[in-house]
Design a protein. Structure first.
Lengths: 152, 131
């Protein structure tokens, strides 16, 4: 793909490719973003499923949703940088494509949660519970596939 | 009762996530040397592709029609050994010395030394075979 080769040739991307400091830092921010995202997602989902009953759900969920979105943004930005270094290879890697698909499904599940919340704020319906459990499974699945990307 | 019910759901969900994450925590390799055999291995072939970049440099080497993935050091160490993407081109012959995957069917090795056109590049100088 022409476009992928162009991305690989960008000055910033070429600098990152052989950098000694920048790449591990980008990698670390990717991990931090994912850590914030998955921790928030799991705590939010567990709260809505009925755990930590002493904590008022709505301020908790509002705060954690912000942290999750921030973490997701950081992970996407740094992920795109690391992808760009070897774009042609990653774009042909089954595990990588699987990870992207799983992120898309997790994103759709998030949209479903937002939609369900309008009618049922605490998501106590069977559909709501299913979406919450799926959310935890999908995001941990993304992390697991992400680890495999580094080793294939 | 309602609370008990939801607590059970939560417990089941947590157990499920833990299992799912644990089950996939296997087959981690390729950083470090744990996935390679201890004894030295030598591979001779024709370079098809070269990459010198993060997280580590690689060569794709054609050995009688089969492509081997030869992993090198991280880019800074590989470049410090004198090996860059401009050092070789596709079609050059290479001898890679290092350690191969413990997996018999896996055509993958980690090289400590490359010999190309009579020139030696020690990408892991402290791991090369004794002279």
């Amino acid at each position: 793909m022409e476009l992928l080769a162009t991305i690989e040739g960008l000055a910033l991307v070429r600098a990152l490719k052989t950098s000694f400091y920048a790449y591990p830092v980008v990698n670390a921010v990717h991990v931090l973003g994912i850590g914030a995202l998955v921790t928030s997602v799991v705590l939010m989902d567990l709260r809505l499923l009925g755990a930590f009953g002493a904590i008022s759900p709505h301020p908790f969920v509002r705060l954690l949703r912000r942290v999750a979105l921030l973490g997701f943004g950081a992970a996407v930005a740094t992920g795109m940088l690391m992808f760009a270094i070897r774009a042609t290879d990653y774009a042909q890697m089954t595990v990588f494509l699987g990870k992207m698909m799983l992120i898309a499904v997790a994103g759709l599940n998030f949209l479903a949660v937002v939609r369900l919340e309008r009618r049922d704020r605490t998501l106590t319906s069977p559909a709501g519970r299913l979406a919450l459990v799926l959310s935890m499974l999908l995001w941990t699945g993304v992390v697991v596939l992400g680890r495999f990307v580094g080793f294939v | 009762m309602r609370h008990l019910q939801s607590f059970r759901t939560v417990r089941a969900a947590v157990a499920g996530v833990a299992l799912w994450a644990g089950a996939a925590g296997v087959a981690m390799a390729h950083h470090g040397w744990s996935w390679t055999e201890d004894g030295f291995f030598e591979l001779e072939g024709v370079i098809r592709a070269v990459y010198v970049g993060n997280p580590h440099a690689t060569l794709d080497v054609d050995v009688g029609g089969e492509i081997w993935r030869v992993e090198l050091a991280p880019p800074s160490a590989t470049i410090a050994a004198g090996f860059t993407e401009d050092t070789v081109e596709a079609g050059d012959e290479v001898t890679a010395i290092g350690n191969r995957s413990r997996e018999d069917t896996e055509r993958r090795m980690k090289a400590v030394r490359l010999v190309i056109g009579g020139q030696t590049y020690d990408v892991y100088p402290n791991r090369v075979p004794p002279a």
